[in-house]
Design a protein around this ligand. Structure first.
Ligand SMILES: NC(=O)c1ccc[n+]([C@@H]2O[C@H](COP(=O)([O-])OP(=O)(O)OC[C@H]3O[C@@H](n4cnc5c(N)ncnc54)[C@H](O)[C@@H]3O)[C@@H](O)[C@H]2O)c1
Length: 332
């Protein structure tokens, strides 16, 4: 289990690459790695309709290298990954509805390009630690709760299928080629720097925007159970996963604060000091790919790394609102 000192010094001066580094979680990780003294390269294609936003890294823009490149481009990846010690692989098409509307792009990025990237690693940085951003979406509709890593995988959308394959490639390259790969299966992650323009990244983004603009937001259903991870807790999970040899070759659930969506909506109104929401029936096209109730059993990751989520939903929502109030124009 990495102790605090290991964690704070391991990245100092180390060549670290983040794919998807201008996106929501990637940029949050970048800000933390700059604090830890990493020699940081952010690789991002600025995928339209994603969470990519150059403003996300504004506070550290002069302390990181940024390359506008696509992980589908094998030659570019070989050129960028030389000397990499830690590769945080977060680049993805993340929209579930988007994956149904344009399944080929989801396949190309979330499946094929993952293989491209891993082949590049094998060639130019075979000793790198590769931390893959997986998703709980691969479980589909839970058969039991909480969902542990032994739960069957039965994705309900194209994104889930391709992310499942992306994760499997990482674990395969560990098993066959000895690549130091680990996968984190994230759940609903939220916080400053997320996409709030619309609900493409998460319904929470659309809720935050409506609350900030003084409009009621829509809650579909409301009884669904979810566990929410505040982005700083997700960032800490990525760092610990990178530093924990016992984690290599495995996939881990990452959970957070568990609550029903109706309670989350109440918490948002309270954190905002006002506003409201409307309860609606689930739209039919969304219901088809909805997973219902989910919360993670993440004891395996906690036991391996000592990780614990620290930020409860009420506090995380308050911090998110504060951030977006100060920078709203950059996110609309
Ligand atoms: N946010 C969540 O709730 C959540 C939940 C589960 C899993 N994840 C996973 O975490 C990772 C990060 O998600 P996020 O929420 O920060 O999304 P995001 O959209 O904010 O970030 C993804 C980034 O990847 C970039 N990208 C997409 N395709 C690319 C390509 N071909 N080449 C280079 N860059 C490319 C985008 O431009 C974007 O900046 C993803 O892998 C996602 O599947 C996120």
């Amino acid at each position: 289990m990495p102790d605090r000192l290991d964690r704070d010094s391991a990245f100092a001066g180390a060549r670290v690459v983040i794919t998807g580094g201008l996106g929501f979680i990637g940029s949050s990780l970048a800000l933390r790695l700059v604090e830890l003294g990493a020699d940081l390269l952010l690789v991002d294609s600025l995928l339209p309709d994603s969470g990519a936003n150059p403003f996300n890294i504004a506070p550290v823009r002069d302390r990181v290298a940024v390359e506008t490149a696509d992980i589908r481009d094998a030659r570019a990846m070989r050129g960028l990954l030389g000397g990499c010690r830690y590769l945080f692989n977060l680049a993805a098409q993340t929209s579930h509805m988007g994956s149904m509307a344009d399944p080929e792009t989801d396949l190309a990025i979330n499946c094929h390009a993952q293989l491209t990237l891993l082949e590049a690693c094998r060639e130019v940085c075979p000793d790198a630690h590769v931390i893959y951003a997986g998703t709980r979406q691969i479980y589909g509709r839970p058969l039991y709760l909480p969902v542990d890593e032994k739960h069957p995988l039965r994705p309900v959308d194209v994104n889930g299928v391709n992310k499942m394959a992306g994760e499997a490639y990482h674990l395969l390259f560990h098993d066959v080629y000895g690549i130091h790969a680990v996968a984190l299966r994230l759940t609903n992650t939220y916080g400053p720097r997320m996409r709030i323009r619309d609900a493409r990244q998460s319904f929470i983004g659309a809720w935050l925007r409506a609350a900030l603009e003084g409009r009621p937001f829509e809650v579909w259903g409301g009884a669904q159970l979810r566990d929410l991870t505040y982005v700083d807790d997700a960032v800490e999970a990525f760092l610990l996963a990178a530093l924990c040899p016992a984690a290599e070759g495995a996939a881990f659930n990452i959970g957070g604060d568990r609550l029903r969506l109706g309670a989350l909506a109440d918490a948002l109104v309270a954190a905002n000091g006002g506003g409201g929401f409307e309860m609606r029936e689930f739209p039919a096209d969304r219901r088809r790919i909805d997973i219902g109730d989910y919360y993670a059993d993440d004891r395996r990751f906690r036991d391996a790394t000592g990780w614990r989520p620290k930020v409860a939903a009420a506090e995380g929502l308050r911090r998110s609102l504060d951030y977006f109030r100060a920078h709203l124009a950059e996110y609309l």
